[in-house]
Ligand binder design. Structure first.
Ligand SMILES: NC(=O)c1ccc[n+]([C@@H]2O[C@H](COP(=O)([O-])OP(=O)(O)OC[C@H]3O[C@@H](n4cnc5c(N)ncnc54)[C@H](O)[C@@H]3O)[C@@H](O)[C@H]2O)c1
Length: 389
């Protein structure tokens, strides 16, 4: 009996969670976070892909599996549901779960259109159901500490943020990469599926990688600096056989006048196979630097502080942050969600206002991501008054 089987057996009386979608993020994010939290168990899962469903069920010792969410909702008595399917299914599934009166944690992007987001907000509201959106970066200790330092004016007044989130995904439809991948596929391994090639190859997902995860930093910009006042954006499809743009750079102007420049690229060669996800936040009295990691690496982010003495000493001060798997955004997001469901004492923080992304935050991220694409398409700057929110 492995540790997950023992855990599932011991948790019979715990909160019963149902999971929609058994792909990568459920395997590396939600599943481990539920197990680590210890107050809930994965009672049932659904996924039309039998291989992913069975793999997840084996990994987390889940005995009740379904091919679709409606049969799961009809047969299970669930206390909460996690929606971690593909983005274009979120809206319909959230509406169905809301109609069943069950609280939810829904993956980002909340949906693929603002209209869908609105229908989800309406369904949650009409059924009195709690809906939290997985903008999990808000729960990273490092980003929490940055928010606290911004509130305490540690770097004075911020004026500029630059974020680079770049990796190299080769064109595996041609040449030696294609041959290599075919050989790996013959051995039964499908790395392109494991890492979600719907982001670059599926015409149902217009917007690609930036629509998929650019919203994380659009959301974080709102979390740190207030409302977004305008966006201007440029995009390119560097590899022509992709169904969406693989290089995007968006400039956001925030209500406190901070300018956020966000670059997302799948064509940037660099020293690391995982690419880079890093940024600088500049204020008139200092700079904050962060390095973040993909959820599957289960590593907490790093934050460094630069002030004038550091400049003179050619050094920086690392922010002291707790380290380890249970301190990552995914674990803390789940903890917050379960705290909310059980009425437990919430996580401590030194900033005012709400923490988890509400459905309105999720919708704002979708609205501004869509606005960024419109800006690139039409060669115009888009202002807050022009976006559907
Ligand atoms: N918050 C984060 O940091 C983060 C990171 C990665 C992915 N995600 C999000 O999680 C979601 C899933 O991404 P992923 O990387 O796990 O993708 P994935 O391709 O690995 O998994 C998606 C799974 O959904 C299943 N699915 C397809 N249609 C379905 C349906 N109708 N009902 C139920 N399941 C269905 C697929 O078969 C697959 O198993 C996406 O919205 C993605 O943006 C979030």
């Amino acid at each position: 009996m492995n540790k997950n089987e023992i855990f599932q057996m011991m948790q019979k009386d715990a909160l019963q969670i149902g999971l929609i979608g058994c792909g990568q993020i459920s395997r590396v994010g939600h599943g481990p976070a539920i197990v680590a939290d210890g107050r809930a168990r994965i009672a049932a899962v659904c996924d039309p892909n039998a291989e992913n469903r069975d793999r997840f069920a084996r990994m987390f010792s889940v005995s009740r599996t379904y091919p679709d969410h409606l049969s799961m909702l009809a047969r299970e008595k669930l206390d909460a549901v996690i929606v971690a399917s593909l983005p274009w299914h979120h809206a319909g599934q959230v509406r169905d779960v809301a109609a069943a009166g069950i609280p939810m944690l829904c993956e980002k992007p909340m949906a693929t259109s603002v209209q869908d987001c609105k229908s989800m907000i309406h369904a949650a509201g009409a059924n009195g159901v709690y809906l939290q959106i997985c903008h999990n970066k808000r729960f990273e200790f490092g980003f929490q500490r940055i928010k606290e330092m911004l509130a305490a004016k540690t770097i004075g007044a911020s004026y500029h943020v630059s974020i680079d989130w770049n990796v190299y995904v080769p064109n595996y439809d041609e040449g030696i990469v294609k041959t290599g991948l075919q050989a790996i596929n013959k051995l039964g391994f499908h790395p392109e599926k494991t890492y979600g090639d719907w982001r670059i190859k599926d015409a149902r997902f217009d917007g690609g990688i930036f629509f998929d995860d650019g919203g994380h930093y659009i959301d974080l910009a709102r979390f740190f600096f207030g409302e977004i006042e305008s966006v201007s954006c440029a995009t390119r499809r560097c590899m022509a056989n992709r169904s969406s743009d693989d290089f995007v750079t968006a400039t956001l102007t925030m209500s406190d006048k901070t300018v956020v420049v966000l670059t997302r690229s799948l064509v940037a060669l660099g020293p690391k196979i995982y690419g880079i996800e890093c940024g600088h936040i500049y204020g008139d009295k200092g700079t904050l630097r962060f390095n973040a990691f993909a959820p599957h690496r289960q590593k907490a982010i790093k934050v460094d502080i630069f002030k004038i003495p550091n400049l003179l000493l050619r050094s920086y001060v690392p922010a002291v942050l707790p380290y380890g798997r249970r301190k990552t955004g995914y674990f803390r997001q789940m903890r917050y969600f379960i705290d909310h469901l059980t009425g437990a004492r919430p996580l401590e923080r030194k900033f005012d206002g709400p923490w988890a992304a509400t459905p309105e935050d999720g919708a704002a991220a979708v609205a501004w991501t869509s606005a960024a694409f419109k800006s690139a398409r039409e060669g115009i700057k888009i202002f807050r008054k022009d976006i559907e929110a």
